[in-house]
Design a protein around this ligand. Structure first.
Ligand SMILES: [Zn+2]
Length: 379
């Protein structure tokens, strides 16, 4: 692995400006990770609440329902199996149940949808929430944000709970049993955080808490990258086998805890902005979020003129673990100008987000995409 240099120096270049800005660091109240963590859920919930409502992915409920019953034992809990999209009507239906039953905390168990549904219900009920991710495919479990969809899986709104989760409970044996592509996507989402944090510091971006980035956040994002580079290949060999290994455990922590704390406290950059165009592009839109971010990071590197040797080093790691290096890897057989223009236009057309700064225009992004495609797809 190439030495990417100490993260802190990047911060110090901008230290004068940052020292005179308000910096805010927020996080989940408590984080649990390890094999069998799921079986502590009853104790964890009842230490902070009396009647938890458990919004659980219906497929996960079929697999873990008996363990859920066992961890709560005789103590109160309200299981709410959830399937379908995270829409406002779906959230309101669960909210009515939560109010009728007098639940005092909302727990989301499953993939991104169940967790977002739990956040959406908790937000409307004025309650705290707990997340129990059963895949490590993105950084949302420790975050306060959630996406609302329509029935056709189109994002209609991004909402923010005023608090981060009261607890995040990550059972690494459960995650090790999920299909490997989820862990891979999580690495794609997480590996970008260091470089997006650097971009945020450089470009004057804000964190999700509307504060300037902190040194703490920069160190976390840097550690996230180092952990994935050190353990990513071995973690992929363990993924899908249902047993925790050192490498898988390390990558799960990077994908969920480090990535979540990193982006919420430092901000995002072009790698994530690229997803605005990719989700609006047929075929490519079918890929998991983390695949989009991984590709977006290569485009960000090219826009930043980091040089071929630097980009080749990261791209070689992508090839080893199976992350996409080109639009071709994302499913587009041929590069055509209209698609490149469409993606770049969507990346830069969105309003400048508080914690997502795009420092260049569409022409520079198009140029970078063509370079990446020529280099890694031979297009
Ligand atoms: Zn992401």
């Amino acid at each position: 692995m190439a030495d990417q240099g100490p993260q802190i120096e990047f911060f110090e270049v901008n230290a004068e400006r940052l020292a005179h800005s308000l910096r805010i660091f927020g996080s989940a109240h408590r984080y649990y990770q390890g094999p069998g963590a799921f079986d502590k859920l009853g104790d964890i919930c009842h230490a902070i609440a009396a009647k938890p409502a458990i919004i659980i992915d219906a497929d996960v409920f079929a697999l873990l329902g008996a363990r859920l019953a066992a961890t709560f034992g005789a103590r109160a809990y309200i299981p709410l199996p959830f399937a379908g999209e995270v829409t406002v009507p779906a959230i309101e239906a669960m909210l009515a149940r939560v109010r009728a039953e007098g639940a005092d905390i909302i727990v989301g168990v499953g993939g991104g949808k169940a967790l977002d549904a739990a956040k959406g219900v908790a937000l409307r009920a004025g309650l705290s929430f707990v997340t129990v991710p059963t895949v490590a495919s993105n950084d949302s479990p420790v975050s306060m944000g959630l996406a609302l969809y329509d029935d056709h899986h189109r994002v209609v709104a991004i909402e923010t709970h005023p608090r981060n989760p009261d607890a995040v409970v990550v059972d690494t044996d459960v995650i090790a049993g999920a299909p490997a592509r989820f862990l891979l996507a999580g690495m794609g989402d997480a590996i970008a955080k260091k470089f997006e944090a650097e971009a945020s510091v450089r470009d004057g971006g804000l964190s999700a808490h509307f504060g300037a980035p902190s040194r703490t956040a920069m160190y976390i994002a840097d550690g996230c990258y180092r952990t994935i580079r050190a353990h990513g290949v071995a973690a992929m060999q363990a993924a899908g086998r249902g047993k925790t290994t050192v490498a898988l455990d390390a990558v799960v922590e990077a994908n969920i805890l480090m990535a979540g704390l990193g982006f919420e406290n430092a901000g995002l950059g072009l790698a994530h902005a690229m997803t605005r165009g990719l989700v609006r592009t047929p075929v490519v839109d079918q890929c998991l979020h983390g695949y989009h971010v991984a590709y977006g990071l290569l485009v960000q590197f090219e826009v930043e003129d980091r040089g071929d040797a630097f980009i080749d080093d990261v791209a070689a790691f992508y090839a080893e673990v199976g992350l996409p290096r080109s639009l071709k890897d994302l499913g587009l057989e041929r590069l055509d100008d209209a698609v490149v223009q469409h993606i770049a236009a969507n990346v830069t057309a969105a309003p400048k987000g508080a914690y997502l700064v795009v420092p260049v225009g569409p022409e520079r992004i198009e140029q970078a995409m063509r370079k990446i495609e020529a280099r890694y797809a031979g297009n």
